[in-house]
Design a protein around this ligand. Sequence first.
Ligand code: ZN
Length: 360
Amino acid sequence: MARRTKEGFWERFSRTGVILILLYVMFIILGFAVRLLFFADRQTTSIVPNQNIVSAEGTATATTSLESTALSAESDPVSTDGTPVDQADSTIVGLEMAQSFVAVLEGGTTSVSVNMSTTGQASANDLSWSSSDPSVAMVDSAGTITGVQAGTCEITVSAKGDDSVSASVPVTVRRLEVIDGCTYVDSILIVNKSYGLPADYNPGLEDYVLDAFHVMQAAAAEEGLDLYIGSDFRDYEYQVTIYGNYSQLYGWEMADTFSARPGHSEHQTGLTIDCNSIDDSFGETPESEWLAQHCAEYGFIIRFPEGKEDITGYQYEPWHIRYLGRELATEINDLGITLEEYLGVDSVYAGPWEGAAESE
Ligand SMILES: [Zn+2]
């Protein structure tokens, strides 16, 4: 009898077990179904050819650079099922220029980033561009700005069909002149990877630059800080030696990131000084902090700032200052931009180093 009771228990147990296993399998299938649906949904979201990010309020923000404007302008937006998106569904509710200052050379082109707030799907196709003075600077439907003639004007971007949603930025068109092999942009001498100096340009450190440095040095000393000249004028031949050594040690591609090719060192202008110890340890000193804060008051800028390596072409150098005069240095410093951005020029070598073959 005890045996039958035991068997009855096992029969009931296995029936319960089968039901539990069935339930478990159903849960797994259900789970897969839900995950499949969710996954499929996520996939279609990422396929949408629109860079808008929808926020909790149902509005979307998108940062559209002009390069991507030009790209997206080539094809109309397409929804996930392949049909064109109805442009009437999209509304641009806000526009903002990402820059407050734009400079471009006569005959040169540049672009400016626009921050766009939208409801629904809107793209760069829904923007229209205009210039306050096309004889100074023109702008095309993709937002590419072309400098025509030295001067200033304003470039405006607005929502198509709604001029009340717009943003503007002042644009300065600058004139580049080459005099005796030296390049001046609006009369400011520019030396970087794009623009060099002749081998015989040999002014030494300019007197007025040394005077400005001494005034700055005295001001720093009053605060107990020791600012001194680590290096100033370097002639063409010096740079031949120093760059040649670096390129032999590290290869010219690597040398290009921290040393200037002969003729392309700003030190050859006689307007540049390296302060104190010329290495990264200077960046940790109170002198470095003071210099960054006050050098513009004495006519200097930190020429290769942190985070602007792609624009200046050089690593951050907290010790390297360039004289521009108090007014200009203060303006550039207040704008928080580099000399390249202020002048509307780039800093890129035209090609591989000519001496590369000889040095190998
Ligand atoms: Zn330097």
